[in-house]
Design a binder for this molecule. Structure first.
Ligand SMILES: C[S@@+](CC[C@H](N)C(=O)[O-])C[C@H]1O[C@@H](n2cnc3c(N)ncnc32)[C@H](O)[C@@H]1O
Length: 200
């Protein structure tokens, strides 16, 4: 069977790597592995997302499609008093995210499941997504369409993508879903889009 980074239970031989990510004064050391997204180095889109989002302290954050946990762990490390939930369909990814949280001394809540199923009935102040575009537009649209029901009022949904490689379409879906979408960063062909939930 052909395995992708979004395969639920990768069976490929486990080959791990160690990578380092620096943000401001903070250095994170992460373990990545075969069968997960961007194992050789932090994805550029991910880096641009982390460097350009504004997260207030004392808030609840969802790292959707967390992979080995780089986004959620960075937020938990940098922004005081955030409660961060990480979720992904790929079991190998969530095992790594748990290990990486421990390795970097942060307390986060890592869950394994498809889409929003592990956060049924829960709401957040922020949802952060580097979408699984390889898995297809349908799943990316679903992740956007269901975001409002998991956001508090004035909650924010951030998404990063290459504008000319699917990003423009995802931005349009955000606008359709939330009634608003703005670009908060542009770098190397990537854009970070932001939508705010206006009503309950
Ligand atoms: C582009 S990767 C981003 C990973 C990580 N956030 C990062 O930036 O390195 C997208 C992630 O979404 C996950 N994913 C794909 N389909 C999913 C689904 N239906 N439900 C939850 N996660 C999914 C993949 O396993 C993958 O880890």
């Amino acid at each position: 069977m052909n395995e992708h980074y979004y395969t639920e239970e990768p069976t490929s031989k486990l080959v791990t790597e160690q990578i380092t990510f620096r943000i401001n004064e903070t250095e994170l050391k992460l373990t990545t592995a075969s069968g997960v997204f961007s194992r050789k180095k932090i994805d550029l889109g991910t880096k641009i997302l982390i460097e350009n989002i504004e997260i207030k302290k004392n808030t609840k954050v969802l790292d959707l499609g967390c992979g080995y946990g780089i986004i959620g762990i960075s937020i938990a490390k940098i922004i005081p008093d955030t409660k961060v939930v990480l979720t992904d369909a790929n079991k190998r990814a969530t095992q790594l995210a748990k290990q990486n949280a421990k390795q970097n001394n942060v307390t986060v809540d890592v869950r394994t499941g498809n889409s929003y199923e592990t956060v049924a009935g829960e709401t957040f102040d922020y949802i952060l997504l580097n979408p699984p575009q390889t898995a297809g537009r349908k799943i990316c649209f679903q992740l956007i369409e269901h975001a409002p029901q998991h956001l508090n009022k004035q909650g924010v949904f951030y998404l990063v993508a290459r504008h000319k490689k699917g990003g423009a379409v995802l931005e349009a879906k955000m606008k359709e879903t939330f009634g608003n979408a703005e670009t908060v960063a542009r770098e190397s062909g990537f854009r970070v889009y932001k939508s705010t939930k206006q009503k309950d």
